[in-house]
Ligand binder design. Structure first.
Ligand SMILES: *[C@@H]1O[C@H](CO)[C@@H](O)[C@H](O)[C@H]1NC(C)=O
Ligand SMILES: *[C@@H]1O[C@H](CO)[C@@H](O)[C@H](O)[C@H]1NC(C)=O
Length: 272
């Protein structure tokens, strides 16, 4: 009897544990990589990343601010950076709508009063550090006559339904009442990079970092970056350059410098 009862309790405990695990998954799953991957209505997958168009129904209109949006996707993701023109363009008509006009991005104008100067991607990582990269203006689907720094107070950027990327104030409430969403970026644990052809970029504006590293470490540097989509690696010198653009993107393929000594390694699953 004692044995049987213990067994019964064990089974019961096991069921409770399973329920707890299931319960946690149900309620905590949304803002995780797995939660994003399983939410086909609101997610966009590209290069292994999962981007989630997220709105919490308990948010008041015109909240959060962009500063507030920086922590919404924590601790498993970050406020999204625009990895390709197509990715950003997609949000113009997908996810955003007349009832959720805006989706926050990690794009802001830093230390400049000129509307078109000083734009950087700046996203707060869950470890408390910012990842930054100077924005490539031609790689952003700005709305017509944007960015224009209207009223001299628009130093942040968001995606607006049917318009594209526009500059706005950190606190959109100063302009009116709008339901807002946040675009979260989640990285996979593992992703594949395929070696395709040879060459490199010499335009420093495309380069996130350059270092000396063996091939595996080099590709891992790219994998850990929220911006990186391609790598040029020289197996003789171990020169490693990681880039925010791809030689397979027709916007940048014309800027490739031919070289038989550098291998391209490109994130699988990219679309341009
Ligand atoms: C929405 O926000 C409320 C209040 O901050 C929070 O308690 C709740 O967990 C959030 N819901 C989700 C699904 O994140
Ligand atoms: C932002 O601007 C400040 C002041 O001009 C500058 O020191 C800083 O390096 C800039 N940050 C980035 C990420 O460009």
């Amino acid at each position: 009897m004692v044995r049987g009862r213990n067994h019964f309790y064990f089974v019961k405990l096991h069921v409770i544990l399973l329920l707890l695990i299931y319960d946690c998954r149900l309620h905590a799953a949304v803002l995780t990589y797995d939660g994003c991957m399983s939410d086909s209505t609101n997610s966009y997958k590209l290069g292994g990343w999962c981007f989630l168009f997220y709105r919490n129904s308990s948010w008041a209109v015109s909240t959060p601010t962009q500063d507030g949006a920086q922590t919404v996707c924590h601790p498993h993701g970050n406020l999204a950076v625009g990895v390709t023109y197509k990715m950003l363009e997609t949000y113009k008509t997908k996810y955003t709508s007349s009832s959720v006009l805006y989706g926050w991005l990690a794009l802001l104008r830093n230390g400049s009063s000129v509307a078109t100067v000083g734009w950087i991607w700046k996203t707060l990582l869950p470890n408390g550090k910012y990842a930054t990269f100077p924005a490539i203006m031609s790689n952003i689907p700005w709305g017509p006559i944007e960015p224009n720094n209207l009223g001299g107070r628009e130093d942040r950027a968001t995606l607006r339904y049917t318009v594209g990327v526009i500059d706005v104030p950190n606190d959109i409430a100063v302009d009116g009442s709008y339901p807002l969403a946040v675009i979260c970026q989640f990285a996979p644990q593992k992703w594949t990079y395929t070696q395709r052809g040879h060459g490199l970029f010499t335009n420093a504006a495309y380069r996130i970092a350059q270092m000396t590293a063996v091939r595996d470490i080099c590709i891992r540097q790219c994998h850990w970056s929220v911006f990186c989509i391609s790598v040029a690696f020289n197996p003789t010198t171990n020169d490693c350059q990681i880039y925010a653009v791809s030689p397979e993107d027709s916007r940048f393929s014309g800027s490739v410098t031919a070289s038989s000594t550098y291998e391209w390694h490109i994130r699988d699953g990219m679309e341009y």
